[in-house]
Design a protein around this ligand. Structure first.
Ligand code: MF3
Ligand code: CO
Ligand code: CO
Length: 292
């Protein structure tokens, strides 16, 4: 990775000023490379080769978990059954489920059915024919986090269910395609918003993608809406999620009494897909590379 910024180059902080007039620190300072610059400016911890390998290993477990769940999803199972599957398989692989006890979250996986946007707590709810169910897993393996989710059909989907899952899937695909050095965080959200709203759907604002790898949620925030060219410039070694939550109706959400479950305010269906990505020299690589 070419991690030197020229004095006369545009500052990577996105100010539009020259680097030497902006974030360039004193000569001889150990901070004058991207790694220190992104840390000092944004609190973003760029990942090195070993880190990427570690996150990728965790990503392999993510894919196994999602496949395991996919194979078991059918009418009649409870959301708690999904929790049991995820919890036991994670432990069997010497990993830890990051959601368990995270800020008081009581289970090992988020399971979000129909109008539940995200952060559904597994419990007694029984999946029925025609439901859509999002399963969001984040194992920690050898200290490295990888975070991904998919929305599955239970039995035969309605045309509404097919539509929202298609638009959510495509939203991640389009957001992901914007990831390359030189583009900005804003480009990602801009592309997703334009597409999803063009399909007559809406983009949830309250929850965003995020840096990940050393911790569950690191800087930067990655909104799924926004303006082209705005925000932090992407550089190789950044690792973050894109995880658009797309509603069939209005964008507004409500948090239930349990302080976790997020539902659409209008009761409309919501779907989501998430992957963990690393910015490479010429684009991105998914560290949780399921087909979209
Ligand atoms: N996995 C979610 C995300 O994509 C976060 C869940 S937080 C939890 O960021 F506590 F609900 F697990
Ligand atoms: Co996430
Ligand atoms: Co997640």
């Amino acid at each position: 990775m070419d991690d030197k910024v020229g004095r006369n180059d545009p500052c990577p902080c996105g100010s539009g000023k020259k680097y030497k007039k902006c974030c360039l620190l004193k000569k001889g300072s150990k901070r004058n490379d991207f790694k220190d610059l992104y840390w000092h400016t944004y609190r973003i911890r760029l990942k090195g080769k070993r880190d990427i390998e570690g996150i990728k290993k965790t990503g392999e477990l993510v894919l196994e978990l999602l496949q395991l769940v996919k194979d078991e999803i059918k009418p009649g199972i409870s959301t708690d059954d999904i929790n049991t599957l995820v919890h036991e398989f994670t432990i069997k692989n010497n990993a830890i489920s990051a959601p368990l006890h995270y800020r008081g979250f009581p289970k090992s996986v988020c399971v979000s059915v129909n109008e539940v946007v995200c952060h559904g707590i597994p419990g007694k709810r029984i999946l029925k024919d025609g439901d859509i169910v999002n399963v969001d897993v984040t194992p920690i393996l050898h200290g490295y986090y990888a975070d991904a989710n998919q929305t599955f059909f239970v039995g035969s989907p309605s045309s509404e269910a097919q539509k929202i899952v298609r638009v959510a899937r495509e939203s991640l695909k389009i957001g992901r395609s914007m990831v390359c050095p030189g583009n900005t965080i804003g480009d990602i959200g801009w592309a997703i918003q334009k597409y999803a709203e063009g399909e007559g759907c809406s983009v949830v604002r309250e929850f965003v993608g995020h840096g990940v790898g050393f911790e569950f949620h690191e800087p930067p925030e990655v909104p799924h809406y926004g303006k082209k060219g705005k925000g932090i410039r992407l550089i190789p070694g950044m690792v973050f999620t894109i995880e658009p939550m797309i509603n069939l109706g209005r964008k507004d959400v409500v948090i239930l009494e349990d302080n976790w479950t997020v539902v659409t305010a209008d009761g409309s269906l919501s779907a989501q897909f998430e992957q963990t990505l690393v910015v490479t020299n010429n684009g991105y690589e998914s560290l949780t590379p399921f087909d979209l």
